[in-house]
Design a protein around this ligand. Structure first.
Ligand SMILES: Cc1cc2nc3c(=O)[nH]c(=O)nc-3n(C[C@H](O)[C@H](O)[C@H](O)COP(=O)(O)OP(=O)(O)OC[C@H]3O[C@@H](n4cnc5c(N)ncnc54)[C@H](O)[C@@H]3O)c2cc1C
Length: 413
């Protein structure tokens, strides 16, 4: 009988653990090498501890890569339904929430990690923690991995599932890129995505903690790149909240290219037209023409927002009465409320970002097998590749799909 392949999985995150299950199920002897003191730290942090494990609206449009065609085949080969079956058979009952987001019924990310580890135990997969791989070598048709602590581990196949550079406190520090660049793999310059935006504005300290449901757009060179709705939160460095994370991919790309300056446009009252807001202001002014312009907005918007909006509209004297406000000033206020334009200075750092845009160039990877076209026997899985998805379960789906294919093929090939 043919001796089983010995498959070495570098990285015990979402992609690596699923790859290890798939390789184990296909008869391989598998070792997972993880640099942290335990596997799956990032899985535990996903979905605010609830793990948004996929999305029922998986669509190519929700993924970004320099070569988007690569993504299609991978997501079809181990698709949404196979993913849901895979987890259900291991014990994860699931529920679907807003915008198609799928969560375990337990509402615990830890349950996802628990069932994966249980499956690995059944398959006798060996988990080696505190095992950071610092070098990959090819010797006599075998791979020799050098660990930071001096150990050397040999195997027939290697699956590289070391993630990107986002949230390095959870293990992924970009070290995986360095392992394959010496073999000729190219790196599409990575930048943080699904991350808060840093704004260039005088009022940030004053607005820290102010929240509202708004419409936000990322704009560059007078082109609207993307528009999102939802809860926006001002912070001392800039702006945060779910719609901002979604915009951050496009804004981050513009910043990374350094060709033009992106802006954020905020609509504070997306449900009202400019005319409706102006009429509302006029009637408020007519009830109490004696009120200061600042006080006249109390009850219509967050009190801390009022002086900032008025100053941005060019009104310096906030004690001026409503009766003293002329038509031009009133229109300026309406304009700021509907089209508040703020320059974006940057994004928050890798530490705050949820996903890495860019990564290993997928043109050197076979999308049917996830095998390197440059190093036979070496496979890629997950975020290490130049593929990232929107917020909403799309990134974990990428990790599960690419991980499963890599594990299955590595064991069988
Ligand atoms: C806070 C947070 C919340 C998120 N929530 C969601 C969500 O709800 N839904 C969703 O779809 N996506 C979410 N994401 C994104 C998603 O978690 C990632 O895209 C996904 O986990 C990537 O999986 P991966 O296995 O490729 O990489 P990772 O999960 O980053 O795993 C890589 C592993 O490799 C290890 N490693 C790295 N280098 C080495 C080395 N040299 N030697 C050995 N081991 C190494 C790391 O320690 C790590 O354990 C979230 C991300 C964050 C940070």
């Amino acid at each position: 009988m043919k001796k089983p392949h010995k498959v070495l999985v570098i990285g015990g995150g979402a992609a690596g653990l699923v790859a290890a299950v798939a390789a184990g199920r296909n008869g391989a002897e598998v070792i997972v090498l993880e640099r942290m003191d335990r596997v799956g730290k990032k899985i535990l942090a996903t979905g605010n501890g609830r793990c948004n494990l996929t999305n029922i609206n998986i669509d190519l449009k929700r993924y970004h890569s320099s070569y988007p065609k690569f993504v299609k085949g991978v997501l079809n080969q181990f698709n949404l339904h196979q993913t849901l079956d895979f987890f259900e058979q291991m014990g994860i009952a699931y529920k679907i929430e807003d915008a198609g987001k799928v969560f375990p019924m337990s509402e615990q990310a830890s349950s996802v990690l628990d069932v994966l580890r249980y499956e690995l135990q059944l398959l006798k997969v060996q988990e080696e923690c505190n095992a950071e791989v610092i070098k990959i070598q090819r010797k006599n048709n075998q791979f020799v991995l050098s660990l930071k602590d001096g150990r050397k581990i040999t195997g027939d196949k290697v699956i590289l599932a070391t993630g990107g550079k986002s949230s390095p406190n959870l293990g992924s520090n970009g070290s995986g890129y360095e392992l394959v660049i010496p073999f000729g793999h190219k790196l599409i310059s990575p930048f943080p995505a699904l991350v808060q935006l840093v704004l260039d504005a005088w009022f940030l300290k004053r607005l820290k903690g102010v929240k509202f449901d708004g419409k936000v757009s990322a704009v560059a060179d007078n082109n609207v790149l993307q528009t999102e709705f939802g809860e926006v939160l001002f912070t001392e460095y800039g702006i945060s909240g779910p719609p901002i994370l979604q915009l951050s991919r496009k804004a981050g790309e513009i910043l990374h290219q350094k060709k033009s300056r992106p802006y954020i446009f905020i609509d504070v009252f997306p449900d009202l037209s400019e005319d409706q807001i102006e009429n509302m202001i006029l009637s408020r002014f007519s009830y109490h023409p004696e009120k200061s312009i600042e006080f006249s907005f109390v009850g219509m918007m967050n009190k801390r927002l009022i002086p900032v909006i008025l100053k941005e509209a060019g009104i310096e004297d906030l004690n001026k009465s409503c009766a003293q406000i002329n038509a031009k000033e009133r229109k300026n206020i309406v304009n700021i409320l509907k089209n508040w334009q703020i320059p974006i200075k940057g994004t928050q750092s890798w530490m705050q970002s949820q996903v890495t845009a860019g990564g290993i160039d997928v043109r050197d990877i076979d999308p049917n097998t996830m095998e390197s076209k440059l190093i036979p026997g070496l496979y890629f899985a997950g975020e290490i590749m130049d593929v990232d998805g929107d917020c909403g379960g799309f990134n974990l789906q990428w990790a599960w799909s690419s991980g499963y294919i890599a594990g299955e093929v590595a064991a069988k090939a």
